[in-house]
Design a protein around this ligand. Structure first.
Ligand code: NAL
Length: 326
């Protein structure tokens, strides 16, 4: 896999492809970032973009992880002290998960977002942007609550961070796309450059195959889950044996294989007794998907395999959490 293919693996969208190709041609010294509102426990939603950061490190880029404490505050996630503490825990779990500490930079938003120059730029951006535009950029991030003034400042700060962190690529879930589009439009108004963005998919809810998996709604898997809890959740996951003919339901079991397991392991072994066909090894996601859809691979075997690989991925972070809390 060359640098471009690795950068693009499992991306739902890049804006623009041409800009990403340019970046891939000469990745040395280029900086990509993801920002996270600190929360104490990582779940699969965080790990999907973390997988992309690992891809980017392997492609030769430097990665910046923004622990977006001010953003979490603006989004009503707690006091500054609470948010700081959860940010430290989050950082430790990312490193345990496999983000290479030596080539990654972890930055707190509050380290630069409270400076005078930043604040004046923020006000310039406030003057440039309509309320409507800022609200639309925030809608998918914030969900259904009544918008506060803080909620419209939030996407403007996210826009400005792309400049202030001196980034060459902004990475986020597809729910961040309106913020990144706002950045493309507004940064030049302040005399700053436009940077490309890469968006990862959002994995469907485990039990229904609908919507987005997150900690707040539906069932997700997190660094807090024991091996047994994880198995239980995977076993109860929605896993239709054939693709949904209407096409509007996802198969979360397949999505987890595609976005979480295959990117981190070079081969996947499904262990089965001989009377059920014996062990099978998959090197590519597509072969596993084809076997599940043709009935070659039973959903129960797929789920058992998925649970054990996810458990292996989560184990170091689970251990780290235990350490932090003891
Ligand atoms: C991502 C988030 C918050 C602030 C950021 C600043 C710069 C770049 C990315 C950022 C978190 C993200 C979320 N909006 O919904 O989790």
């Amino acid at each position: 896999m060359d640098a471009y293919e690795r950068i693009m693996r499992n991306a739902e969208e890049v804006v623009t492809d041409e800009e990403v190709r340019e970046l891939a041609a000469d990745p040395a010294g280029k900086r990509a970032y993801v920002g996270y509102e600190p929360s104490g426990v990582l779940h699969l939603g965080h790990l999907l973009t973390a997988n992309k950061l690992i891809d980017l490190q392997e492609a030769g880029l430097e990665v910046v992880v923004l622990l977006a404490d001010v953003h979490a505050y603006l989004n009503g996630k707690g006091t500054f002290e609470e948010i700081r503490e959860t940010a430290e825990q989050m950082k430790a779990q990312f490193i345990a998960y496999g983000i290479d500490e030596d080539s990654a930079e972890f930055v707190y938003g509050s380290e630069f977002q409270l400076e005078k120059e930043y604040t004046l730029d923020l006000h310039a951006l406030e003057l440039e942007t309509t309320l409507n535009r800022a609200q639309r950029a925030m809608a998918e991030i914030q969900g259904g609550e009544t918008a506060k003034v803080s909620h419209v400042v939030y996407p403007l700060m996210q826009t400005l961070d792309i400049e202030y962190l001196d980034l060459d690529l902004a990475v986020g879930g597809i729910d961040q796309r309106k913020v990144h589009m706002l950045a493309r439009e507004e940064l030049p108004e302040l005399g700053y450059e436009v940077r490309p963005a890469l968006h990862t998919p959002i994995v469907a809810d485990l039990t229904t195959g609908e919507g987005k998996m997150s900690s707040s709604e539906g069932v997700t898997i997190s660094m807090e889950d024991s091996t047994d809890e994880l198995e239980e959740k995977v076993n109860s996951a929605f896993c239709p044996p054939t693709a949904d003919p209407e096409g509007d339901l996802e198969n979360p079991v397949l999505e987890l294989f595609e976005y979480h397991v295959f990117p981190r392991f070079s081969e996947i072994v499904v262990e089965r007794p001989d009377e059920y066909g014996g062990n099978v090894t998959y090197e590519q996601y597509e072969s596993l998907e084809a076997d599940l859809e043709s009935g070659e691979l039973h959903p129960a075997d797929a789920k058992g395999t998925l649970a054990s690989y996810l458990d292996e991925l989560i184990a170091p972070g689970r251990e780290k959490l235990r350490e932090i809390r003891s």
